[in-house]
Ligand binder design. Structure first.
Ligand code: PEP
Length: 249
């Protein structure tokens, strides 16, 4: 997968009709993108509309924001990793801070989800990040490495090396407060050192994305920071013009 990776997390925004309108505008202003990977994580119910809008633009990938940790069963409202793959998702977010805090996604569940996704042929993007009080207590590294360890726990080294990592400090998500490029590099460096212990040499080529209030004004600087291999973007990915600027940053 080509780096940098630019990922759009639409959260609970843009149903099929809004997605079609988004792509009419975005594609008209975005000539063929090369040398980078761009992936959209729309709401699952919008995935089909996004894929149809992108059918002549195979350089863009799609994924889902969430899967259940079981293959099937009586889990009303949920979707499985296998269903996501069947619907054409190439990637899935795992452990986004909103899933952890609002929906009780545990560290252990993130591990099971990564395992189910890889078994189904979907690449997990494992999100990790500390809360503000944890940062203020000097616990950033401890929290991030704990989440990483749990998310990759069921995987052998070769499988773990295929997972994408997104460092998203919780205090920066949707707040307008962005980590500095230096902050991002510090934490990404700690993640990469930990990954080297866990998966060996392949850690050097694994992608570690930064997320948290990325916008068209700060994307270029963040992307240029050492050890930052891409960006996971929420709010600013909803607007075609902002997203075009970030994709080309
Ligand atoms: C996100 O939800 O992953 C995110 C980074 O959101 P925002 O860009 O809006 O902070």
């Amino acid at each position: 997968m080509l780096k940098p990776i630019l990922a759009a997390n639409w959260k609970m925004h843009h149903g099929p009709t809004e997605a079609r309108a988004f792509f009419r505008d975005f594609l008209a202003h975005t000539p063929r993108v090369t040398g980078r990977t761009v992936v959209f994580f729309p709401p699952a119910i919008t995935l089909r509309a996004v894929q149809e809008a992108l059918q002549d633009r195979p350089e863009f990938l799609t994924g889902v924001q969430h899967v259940h940790d079981q293959a099937s069963g009586a889990f009303t409202g949920e979707i499985s990793a296998g269903m996501a793959r069947d619907a054409g998702a190439r990637m899935a977010l795992v452990g986004h801070s909103e899933r952890r805090t609002l929906f009780g996604e545990t560290d252990e569940a993130t591990g099971r989800k990564c395992e189910m996704l890889l078994r189904a042929g979907v690449i997990p993007m494992l999100c990790v990040g500390e809360r503000l009080e944890e940062r203020e207590q000097g616990m950033t590294e401890q929290v991030v490495l704990r989440q990483l360890e749990a998310g990759l726990a069921p995987l052998d080294a070769a499988q773990a090396a295929t997972v994408l990592i997104a460092y998203e400090p919780v205090w920066a998500i949707g707040t307008g407060r962005t980590a500095t490029p230096e902050d991002a590099t510090t934490v990404h460096g700690a993640i990469r050192r930990w990954l080297r212990e866990r998966v060996g040499e392949k850690a050097a080529t694994m992608a570690i994305l930064y997320g948290g209030s990325v916008n068209r004004g700060n994307a270029k600087l963040l992307l240029a920071a050492p050890d930052v291999d891409g960006l996971l973007v929420g709010g600013a990915s909803l607007d075609p013009s902002n997203w075009t600027a970030i994709v080309n940053a």
